[in-house]
Design a protein around this ligand. Structure first.
Ligand code: HEC
Length: 127
């Protein structure tokens, strides 16, 4: 009985996480050093949305129980109060590096171009 109840939840979660994999990619995936106009979006919708949500509002499927509130990246007041430098540092080194929470993990595998593209994508989320 318990198992039966759990399976639909798991399927839903898998669909949320892997749902996009079935769509054919619009263009070849960028390699490590390449950056196209979609790079930031692709990375965000692959690894950031789980916490930050599809639209960046901080309401992703893994946004609760982290011990920290996931930043609403669409917030005007936050966007106005931060800098590209800070955003780049948070993405690369995690929020702890700028005095924030360890719940925002580092992304040391991303290249400068990929991070810059994410910064542009984050600015485009501004409401
Ligand atoms: C495991 C959940 C999680 C993932 C995955 C995650 N974040 Fe975050 N992020 C957080 C949390 C929690 C905060 C708030 C940290 C704080 O306020 O100290 C945050 C904060 C931020 C901030 C704002 C930092 C500030 O100065 O207030 C930015 C920008 C950000 N994340 C970008 C990203 C990007 C880009 C990715 C993907 C590469 C990403 N995050 C992936 C949880 C996550």
């Amino acid at each position: 009985m318990l198992l039966r109840l759990r399976i639909p939840g798991l399927l839903l979660l898998s669909a949320l996480i892997f749902g996009n994999c079935s769509k054919p990619p619009e263009e070849p995936r960028p390699t490590h050093e390449e950056s196209t106009s979609h790079t930031g979006e692709i990375i965000f919708q692959t690894r950031c949305f789980v916490c930050h949500g599809r639209e960046g509002k901080g309401d992703g499927p893994a946004s609760t129980g982290l011990g920290a509130t996931v930043r609403d990246l669409t917030s005007r007041s936050w966007q106005d109060s931060t800098s590209d430098e800070t955003i780049r540092s948070v993405i690369r080194n995690g929020a702890q590096a700028v005095g924030g929470s360890a719940a925002m993990p580092p992304n040391r595998d991303l290249s400068d171009l990929q991070i810059q593209s994410l910064v542009r994508y984050i600015h485009a989320l501004r409401k």
